[in-house]
Ligand binder design. Sequence first.
Ligand code: 5GP
Length: 112
Amino acid sequence: MSTIFDRILDGDIPCHRVFENDHVLAFMDISPISAGHTLVIPKERKAKLHELSDEAAAELGRVLPRIARAVCRVTGTDDYNVLQNNGRTAHQAVFHVHFHIIPRPSQTVGLG
Ligand code: 5GP
């Protein structure tokens, strides 16, 4: 099933890119919970985390901390949530694996 993230990967719809290599793309969430809310996706087109190949998973694991570091630097906070939903019941809305990096500046209260 094609998703909106496939269309972003194909360049059919724009996004604000913050990181890209051969395996991973990171871009700003269109509806951010907080300033700097970033989505990190593998270029491998799978809906859920457990469906990813070992290679795609390894590359995600390698770059996620680097992207989180950049988000911290740009937003000026080093408090953040990493959120990753799998399946409709778990509140996944876009069925392409993605990690949310959600900065939590000190004035943020609750889980947004
Ligand atoms: P989920 O609930 O699936 O974990 O989160 C999907 C996320 O994708 C949401 O935070 C939503 O705002 C974001 N999103 C949905 N469509 C687009 C889009 O076209 N562009 C961008 N940048 N983010 C999107």
